[in-house]
Design a protein around this ligand. Structure first.
Ligand SMILES: [Zn+2]
Length: 73
């Protein structure tokens, strides 16, 4: 058995994988929130992200609808 293909490049350990922190959720945590630089950022998927604003949600919905309709041009 070899794990030679596993990345050992410098800095690889710094690439922090952050999935949604909601228990049982397997989504990628693409939406982070931290109240201050001293507090580690917490991550959620869009569906569980508790800090989204009404405007953000509307913008996200427009983006979703646009992608469902296909290219705008
Ligand atoms: Zn989630």
């Amino acid at each position: 058995m070899s794990i030679a293909s596993h990345s050992t490049a410098p800095g690889a350990n710094l690439l922090f994988e952050h999935y949604c922190e909601e228990p049982g959720c397997q989504e990628w945590g693409g939406f982070g929130h931290s109240p201050s630089p001293a507090v580690p950022t917490r991550w959620w998927c869009w569906g569980h992200f508790p800090y989204k604003t009404y405007e953000q949600e509307q913008a996200f919905r427009r983006k979703l609808e646009a992608s469902e309709r296909g290219p705008a041009q």
